[in-house]
Design a protein around this ligand. Structure first.
Ligand code: NSS
Length: 448
């Protein structure tokens, strides 16, 4: 019989082996100055290369930063440095010295250089169009810009989770395969599910509503899919959706929660992402100025404002991208529009009881992007909900489970959905939501 104690005894070779292997330092740590005058080993990819008669300068990047390496003619590393190409993967070692002329203020005097993978000529050179960079997104992800955006995105998601956790919300995982539409048939992606026709989810809202009867306050961060034919800077076919749902909450409660969340994200991102925000030229003060409460106007007031600005908008029409942007100019930061005509909102929206033509629905808008959040109160009366389902021409049998939620202990409740890419695009002042996600999917783009 095998003696498990011997099998799992700590391997006596391990400590020795570890001592032999030279430690690899993250470039960010070297740039922090903690290794000045010391011997270091780094690994990463060749970012830039410049050759003079006596020195070859190579900028090496890893996940944490970019550092200049200098290889002198006559050093052991010279031949390797000569042959090395942009984006080759390498290991380099040498002594760190302070050098004000080097980007980042430090340089490594490299005496050993080992190529792991010699790169073929890299297709991204100095002259490129945004379109081309999206065609080669799998390679462009290596840029300092994409590296910074993805780091800020990760921190943003972490902060969103932290905010909800601090406010007593439970994170839940909704399904992506669904049988009943949340946001109308026009933007549904259909698919074959074994022998049935079903859809990819547009929003987790209906399923989150089921979960509040158990957990009261829930949220999720998950992809949503929309067959959007719009080619705008704010539409993706696959986007990440932060959705929250709360029992016994009103539309006003949601507006407070939403501005709390956006305010928290904007103020808390500044410190941990200082380096990245600087690299992306983000005006940090603009983020620090995002302080709740945000201004609130009704749909009626929005229409008045737009008419004053020369828009010919009839009461009852939805606000388009241009209208939203025009309104946002007047506010200069996030603000709310609420109390929309019921007919332009989804079937699940609760109507004001004293004015059934208006829905308890609200949007948070920001400059340049327009709507980043939609939320509101849900119809909690069974008969009203059934009426709406029929009015909207939906098949009642698809929504029986959803109607059940009003059958068994209904309560008033509200929720909202926030587009992660829209929020990030606005926070970082990016050109398009396509730049706020590593692999954007749009009507024309599903490669790479
Ligand atoms: O369609 S929404 O306005 N509302 C809902 O889906 C609700 N069911 C959410 C909820 O209450 N739980 O979408 C919500 C947000 C919207 O404000 C945008 O920020 C984002 O989702 N969104 C998108 N982002 C990128 N691309 C597309 N196509 C897109 N559609 C919505």
């Amino acid at each position: 019989m095998v003696d498990l104690a011997t099998v799992f005894k700590p391997c006596s070779l391990q400590p020795k082996k570890r001592m032999l292997a030279k430690a690899v330092m993250p470039i960010g740590d070297v740039l922090d100055g903690r290794y000045e005058g010391k011997f270091v080993q780094i690994r990463g990819w060749v970012y830039r290369k410049r050759e003079t008669k006596h020195v070859i300068f190579i900028l090496i990047r890893d996940a944490t930063g970019v550092i200049q390496c200098a290889i002198k003619r006559g050093s052991l590393a010279w031949d390797e440095a000569e042959r090395i190409t942009i984006e080759s993967s390498i290991i380099a070692s040498g002594i760190v010295r302070r050098d004000e002329r080097a980007p980042g203020g430090f340089e490594i005097a490299v005496d050993k250089l080992h190529t792991i993978g010699l790169a073929e000529p890299f297709p991204i050179t100095k002259d490129y169009s945004e379109e081309f960079l999206r065609d080669v997104r799998h390679l462009w992800l290596r840029s300092r810009k994409m590296n910074a955006i993805i780091k800020v995105r990760a921190e943003l998601l972490r902060l969103i989770r932290e905010f909800f956790q601090r406010n007593g919300f439970i994170e839940v995982s909704p399904p992506m395969f669904i049988s009943s539409a949340c946001e109308g048939g026009a933007t549904l992606f259909g698919l074959k599910y074994f022998d049935e026709d079903i859809y990819l989810t547009q929003s987790a809202q209906l399923h989150l509503e089921a979960l509040i009867y158990s957990l009261e306050k829930v949220y999720c961060i998950a992809p949503s899919f929309r067959a959007e034919r719009s080619r705008t800077i704010r539409h993706l076919a696959e986007f990440w959706h932060v959705e929250a749902e709360q029992a016994f909450a009103t539309m006003e409660d949601m507006m407070e929660l939403e501005e709390g969340l956006v305010g928290y994200a904007c103020s808390q991102i500044v410190e941990p992402c200082r380096k990245e925000l600087k690299l992306l030229n983000v005006d940090v003060q603009r983020l620090l100025n995002v302080i709740p409460p945000f201004p609130r106007i009704t749909y009626d007031e929005a229409v008045q404002l737009l008419r004053k600005k020369g828009f010919e908008i009839k009461w009852g029409e939805d606000l388009g991208f241009d209208e939203e942007r025009a309104l946002a100019e007047a506010f200069g930061g996030p603000f709310f529009v609420y109390a929309y005509p019921r007919r332009i909102k989804a079937f699940y929206c609760k109507a004001y009881r004293d004015n059934p033509e208006l829905a308890m629905s609200e949007d948070m808008l920001v400059p340049k992007i327009g709507e980043i959040i939609t939320g509101g109160a849900r119809e909690d009366d069974k008969d009203e909900l059934i009426k709406r389902i029929e009015e909207f021409g939906l098949r009642r049998e698809d929504y029986e489970w959803y109607i059940d939620l009003r059958r068994y202990g209904t309560v008033h409740h509200s929720g909202f959905g926030l587009g992660v890419e829209r929020l990030l695009t606005w926070m970082l002042d990016l050109d398009s939501v396509m730049d706020a996600i590593p692999f954007p999917r749009t009507i024309r783009r599903f490669y790479p």
